[in-house]
Design a binder for this molecule. Structure first.
Ligand SMILES: *Cc1c(COP(=O)(O)O)cnc(C)c1O
Length: 387
C-alpha cells in the first residue's frame, strides 16, 4: 500500500514519490469505484479506512447535447458535484481526515473561500473530529450556515482570505491541529490526483487529449498533472494530456503570469466575481500551476462573469448538471480555448465540473461564528486555557 519513496519540492509544492510500476495501478474490471481504489498511489499505511463518507468514483458523463451545442463530438464532463458536499474539496478532506484519525488527532483546521470549509465541517462531523475554520468576511452566508450546522467553529478574518490562511497555519503550529490548508499539506494534491486516475480508467484506460479545470489556489490542476504523470511513470500510459487552466476575468493572477502581462486594477479583485471558489489573489501553489500547464503544452485562459453564467446555464440545459459559477468555469474556458484555437473541436476533451451551488436551510448557528484577528481570539472563543 502506498509506499512513499521520497518527497521533492518543485515550484513551491511538495511532491510525494512512489516506487512506480504497473502494480500500483488497479487491475481492469470490477472493484469498488471510490477514491480508495487508488490506495497504492496514496500515502496510506495498511489497515481499514475509517473515513465514513463515500468519496470519489464520480461519473464521467458523455453529454450528447452539450457536445452538439459546442461542436465537440469527443467531449466529456467529469462531474465532481456528486460528492457528499457537492465539490471536489471532498477528496482532499477525506484523505487529510483519514490521516489525522490514524495519528490520533481530534481537531482539523483550514482556511477556505467556502467549499473546502463546508467539506471539512461535514467530513469532521462524520469522523468525530472538531473543525475550526477560517474564512474571509465575504464568505457566502449559505456556506457559513452549513459549516455551523455541521458543528464547526468558524472565524471570519477581517483582512481576507490570505490572512485567514496565515491564521489557520499559525493555529496548526501552536495547537498541533490537523492542517487541511490546500496546497500546503501535500495530502490535498495526493487526494485530488485521483480525479486524473479515474478519468483515465473511465475512458477505457486511455488518456484524453485535453483536460480543462478551474484554478484558484492551484491544487486541482496541479493534482491532475501529478495523476496523469504517475500513470506514465507506472508505464500504463505513454503521454499526458494538455491542461487548460481557467480563471475569472476579475481575479486572474495566473493568466497574467502565464501571458507575461500586467493585470489591470479590475483584474485582481477577489470579491467582484461570481466565481468565489476560484477567486484567489495569491494562489498557494501558483508556480506549480504554471509549470504543470507548461510541461503539457497547455494554456491559461480567463473568462468573464457573463461567460461563467452562460456556462452554468449550458451545463444545466444540455447536460442536466447543476454547477456553481466556479464549478462551470471549465466549460466557459473550453469555449474560449476553442475560439482561440488552443483546443481542436475533434480532440478528446474532459471538462472538470468542480462544484454545485449549495443552499442551506436556515442561518448560521449563533455563537459558532466570530471574528478573529489573532490566535488569542481563537483561544477565547474555544475556551482554551492560555499556556
Ligand atoms: C476550490 C475550487 C476550485 C479551484 O480549486 P483549486 O484547487 O483551489 O485551484 C474550483 N472550483 C470550485 C467549485 C472550488 O471550490
Amino acid at each position: 500500500m502506498g509506499r512513499v519513496t521520497g518527497s521533492v519540492r518543485t515550484a513551491g509544492c511538495e511532491w510525494l514519490e512512489y516506487d512506480y510500476g504497473p502494480g500500483l495501478v488497479p487491475e481492469e474490471g470490477p472493484g469498488t469505484f471510490t477514491m480508495w481504489r487508488y490506495r497504492s498511489l496514496l500515502p496510506l499505511s495498511e489497515g481499514p479506512v475509517r473515513y465514513p463518507l463515500p468519496i470519489g468514483g464520480t461519473p464521467l458523463l458523455s453529454v450528447p447535447a452539450l457536445r452538439g451545442a459546442l461542436g465537440t463530438p469527443s467531449l466529456w464532463v467529469k462531474d465532481e458535484t456528486r460528492g457528499p458536499t457537492a465539490s471536489n474539496k471532498d477528496r482532499a478532506t477525506a484523505l487529510v481526515i483519514e490521516d489525522g484519525l490514524r495519528r490520533g488527532l481530534d481537531t482539523i483546521t483550514t482556511a477556505s473561500t467556502g467549499n473546502a470549509a463546508v467539506a471539512t465541517a461535514f467530513g469532521a462531523a462524520a469522523a468525530g473530529m472538531r473543525a475550526v475554520i477560517f474564512v474571509s468576511v465575504d464568505c457566502q452566508e449559505d456556506k457559513l450556515a452549513l459549516m455551523t450546522q455541521a458543528g464547526a467553529w468558524v472565524f471570519q478574518v477581517p483582512d481576507g482570505y490570505a490572512a485567514a490562511v496565515d491564521l489557520s497555519r499559525a493555529a496548526v503550529e501552536e495547537f498541533g491541529w490537523v492542517d487541511r490548508n490546500t496546497g500546503v499539506n501535500p495530502l490535498t494534491t495526493e487526494a485530488k490526483k485521483t480525479v486524473a486516475l479515474e478519468v483515465w480508467e473511465q475512458l477505457g484506460r486511455r488518456m484524453p487529449d485535453v483536460m480543462v479545470a478551474p484554478v484558484g489556489d492551484g491544487p486541482t490542476l496541479v493534482a491532475l498533472e501529478k495523476g496523469f504523470a504517475e500513470l506514465v511513470a507506472c508505464g500504463v500510459a505513454d503521454r499526458k494530456p494538455r491542461l487548460v487552466g481557467v480563471q475569472a476575468q476579475a481575479c486572474q493572477p495566473l493568466v497574467h503570469a502565464w501571458l507575461g502581462t500586467t493585470p489591470g486594477p479590475d483584474e485582481l479583485d477577489a470579491a467582484s466575481t461570481v466565481a468565489d471558489g476560484i477567486a484567489v489573489l495569491r494562489p498557494a501553489i501558483g508556480d506549480a500551476v504554471l509549470q504543470a500547464v507548461r510541461s503539457g503544452d497547455g494554456a491559461m485562459v480567463a473568462v468573464s462573469d457573463t461567460e461563467l453564467m452562460e456556462a452554468v446555464g449550458l451545463l444545466a440545459s444540455t447536460a442536466g448538471v447543476g454547477a456553481e459559477p466556479a464549478g462551470a468555469a471549465s466549460v466557459a474556458g473550453l469555449r474560449s480555448a476553442l475560439r482561440q484555437g488552443l483546443v481542436d473541436p475533434e480532440e478528446t476533451t474532459v471538462v472538470l465540473v468542480t462544484g454545485r451551488e449549495i443552499k442551506a436551510a436556515g442561518s448560521p448557528t449563533l455563537g459558532r461564528v466570530s471574528v478573529a484577528d489573532r490566535l488569542d481570539d481563537v483561544r477565547q472563543a474555544l475556551g482554551m486555557v492560555h499556556p
